[in-house]
Write a protein that binds this ligand. Structure first.
Ligand code: HEC
Ligand code: HEC
Ligand code: HEC
Ligand code: HEC
Ligand code: HEC
Length: 377
């Protein structure tokens, strides 16, 4: 083989360097792009991480919320989750994590991070979870959902598995607002046997579930927002989110009204509440209320619990968690076995999902219609 002259060598080397440099520039332009897009997304919201996932705000319960609300917490939790334990972040040797340990992981006000590039990506930019999820805090695995498995690991109700025909949930808990995985997989609703129901075609037959609509078909992939017109890619030019959202919003409202009617029917029994002030986030225990003065009721989620907003005759607005609405004897007016507790869970499941039916049109509809049927009995 002919040996290269110096001149040829220099040309070859420069070509090599130019190719290397331009591919580096292209790659960094792509990630600058992604960086700018990510900055606009909720995943860049460090304030929420500060509030929910630092030892200063939450002491040792940062081991709970920090699983999803801090990048560092998620990475500490992942190996444990993959071994089949979706519980709280553990300390060394499986002991309960202490404040010191959690702070060392980074869950403190100086270093806590929200969902960053390294939360979702391995160092080579592949995704940390694909295909199927491990057992989730919501009590199920999402199987065969492509790249959407990553999203579902955090976006689930995280309050364990619901017994669909359980007559008494023994708590007033609301499903965590991130109910998207439960809804798209048809899980964790009361009154209908969801174990017999199929996952939405949007989870099973779009290739990558969440990632198909929120990343791949999103022109600004790393804002993670789905466009309301995304449907046209698969369902033709005239089909948009409204087709599903309009009727589902109306049904949600009907369920809220039906629960409110039941509360109003029992209002004479109400003697005290633990009033919560949305402005100061403080509670006033044993706050006396004349039930007869209540003229309007709306549903409100208060610190992870189902709650009510009461409007009184004089226009005052009062809030209370459902379990703190008590009668003159100090007993809950709506015990956990009351049908409105299960109906309220279903309401918050579909409301929290925030797609108003798009994720799983048939399931959202079935849950709301069945809930109305039970409430009207
Ligand atoms: C490590 C946990 C975690 C993972 C993984 C995750 N998310 Fe999120 N996501 C969050 C949290 C926490 C919020 C709330 C942010 C807020 O309210 O400011 C959120 C908010 C969102 C929102 C609300 C819109 C917004 O920008 O405020 C969308 C949409 C979303 N995520 C989509 C996705 C998709 C799609 C994936 C998978 C590619 C994904 N998420 C993976 C934790 C996660
Ligand atoms: C399994 C993952 C997971 C865990 C654990 C978790 N969250 Fe979340 N949380 C999310 C996701 C994902 C969102 C975003 C949901 C959405 O935008 O629909 C969210 C949203 C929130 C929001 C609403 C933010 C908003 O702007 O509406 C609050 C508040 C919140 N979480 C508090 C908590 C607290 C407090 C804990 C611990 C007791 C906790 N979370 C534990 C995943 C989780
Ligand atoms: C919430 C999870 C999430 C976060 C946070 C995230 N990404 Fe991504 N990223 C994804 C997903 C999902 C894809 C796959 C999209 C696809 O297949 O088209 C992706 C794809 C990419 C790709 C393309 C990889 C390839 O092989 O083509 C790059 C580069 C990238 N992300 C960079 C970043 C950077 C830089 C950040 C931080 C600014 C970031 N990502 C944050 C979920 C995330
Ligand atoms: C078929 C497409 C599609 C799939 C699949 C999908 N979404 Fe959505 N998603 C949407 C649309 C459309 C909306 C409504 C946007 C609107 O009304 O502005 C939405 C709304 C949301 C919202 C609330 C909107 C916001 O910006 O706060 C979150 C959070 C979310 N999706 C997360 C997910 C997660 C997590 C998954 C997977 C479990 C998923 N989505 C799967 C299309 C999809
Ligand atoms: C990536 C492709 C894709 C996108 C984007 C998409 N869909 Fe679908 N959708 C499907 C598939 C596949 C099915 C199942 C086959 C069928 O029914 O045609 C389906 C089924 C449906 C169904 C019937 C499902 C049921 O639960 O009975 C409705 C309603 C629907 N989509 C609405 C929407 C709306 C609204 C949007 C936009 C917000 C949307 N889809 C976006 C692929 C998509």
């Amino acid at each position: 083989m002919k040996r290269l002259t110096l001149r040829e060598g220099v040309i070859l080397l420069s070509v090599f360097l130019i190719v290397l440099l331009s591919s580096y520039l292209a790659a960094s332009a792509a990630s600058t792009d992604k960086w700018a897009q990510w900055r606009k997304s909720g995943h860049a919201n460090r304030q929420l991480a500060l509030e929910e996932a630092t030892v200063e705000q939450r002491q040792a319960t940062a081991a709970h919320c920090g699983r999803c609300h801090a990048g560092q917490g998620f990475l500490a939790w992942l190996p444990q989750l993959q071994k089949g334990d979706p519980g709280l972040i553990q300390g060394p040797g499986g002991t309960p994590a202490t404040v010191g340990y959690l702070s060392m992981l980074g869950l403190n006000k100086f270093t806590v991070q929200p969902q960053t590039c390294t939360t979702c990506h391995n160092p080579d930019f592949t995704l940390r979870i694909t295909g199927s999820t491990p057992l989730l805090p919501a009590g199920f695995k999402a199987e065969g959902v492509g790249e959407g498995a990553l999203c579902m690991t955090c976006h689930n109700t995280r309050n364990g598995k619901i017994g669909w025909n359980d007559p008494d949930p023994k708590r007033w808990t609301a499903p965590h607002t991130a109910s998207q995985a439960d809804v798209i997989m048809s899980k964790n609703a009361y009154f209908l046997n969801y174990e017999e129901m199929k996952a939405s075609p949007h989870a099973a037959f779009t290739g990558d579930a969440c990632v198909t609509c929120h990343v791949k078909l999103n022109p600004e992939s790393h804002t993670f927002k789905a466009q309301r017109t995304v449907c046209t890619n698969c369902h033709g030019p005239n089909f948009t989110a409204d087709a599903v959202q309009k009727p589902i919003r109306a049904l949600l409202h009907e369920v809220e009204e039906a629960i409110a009617r039941r509360v109003l029917a029992a209002k004479e029994k109400i003697a005290t509440i633990r009033a919560w002030d949305p402005k100061t986030d403080q509670y006033t225990p044993n706050f006396a209320v004349r039930g007869a003065d209540i003229v309007k009721v709306e549903l409100e989620e208060i610190h992870g619990q189902q709650g009510l907003k009461f409007v009184l005759r004089d226009g005052r607005e009062l809030y209370s968690q459902l379990g703190d609405v008590k009668d003159a004897a100090g007993k809950p007016v709506f015990p956990t076995s009351d049908v409105i507790v299960r109906a309220g869970w279903n309401y918050w499941l579909i409301e929290g999902d925030d797609s108003f039916g798009v994720h799983n049109p048939s399931f959202a509809r079935a849950v709301l219609l069945r809930t109305l049927e039970v409430l009207q009995k």
